[in-house]
Design a binder for this molecule. Sequence first.
Ligand code: GDP
Ligand code: MG
Length: 293
Amino acid sequence: MSRAGIVTLAGKPNAGKSTLLNRIIGEKLSIVSPKPQSTRDRIVGILTRGDVQMILLDTPGLLNPRYALQRAMRETALAALRDADVIVHLVDGAERDPPPLADVAHLAEPPRAPVLLAVNKSDALEAAERQRLAALHPEAAFISATTGSGVEELLERVGTLLPESPFLYPEDEISTQSVRFFAAELVRETALEQLEDEVPYSVACEIEEFRESRSPLYIRAVLHVERESQKRILIGEGGRRIRDIGREARRKLEAFLGAPVYLDLWVKVLPNWRRTTSALHRFGYHLPEGQSS
Ligand code: GDP
Ligand code: MG
């Protein structure tokens, strides 16, 4: 009998969840950034190997919500924990004494699903520190999402914990998210890489047009920011920064889509979109029921 179920990657921002998901699926599915809070939605990757199928959820940082966007992110992360058959709790190896997931996530009660602790970034861990952590958490898996070390063993363990079930998706499917969604994430990721400080969290990307019938593929993307001053920063002197972002984003889109791309990239101001329910819905963020900004 085959096994199948939902595997949720949880942990603090920057623990390496998106990097691990990308490593597991082998495609650049989830946005990776050295800046925390970059995963805004629940990203689904699917891994089918032998008689095991894992539906992988990446979670946005489990933050203390301050405004509507963060409330939406936390709600998404909590739903991913509730739906999980197995939870992988990823911690940064640099943490001296990683707290239990229920504390990190401020959960009222421990999650229903079994939680596997995985200490990530073990490539950067000194032998003595690794031993100390291993003594503290004998059940922990030591992995490196960037080198791949320990990841196979972790997946083996996850597989044995999944319920017996027929496959839930076709075997060759790697994701249920639309190509448009990933295109938007890649453009947003590229903008984040080239920006500092305040602006990144004010950037949303919307794909206004995606025409596959043409060669090159035609993609019109809009980067929405909250203020005129942010728009000026994003465009840069003489339009230099937005040109750099566009060039790099096009390169990533071509690698992801495997075809030449014409990227038509715009910057627009949508005042206070992070606090505006209608804008959050428009960009695909889900708010907890009964709440608005
Ligand atoms: P997330 O917020 O949990 O999704 O974390 P990300 O996947 O975006 O990674 C945060 C940062 O940690 C990025 O700069 C990654 O390159 C880095 N990182 C992730 N995994 C590893 C690892 O195994 N080793 C090292 N040295 N760095 C890593
Ligand atoms: Mg992430």
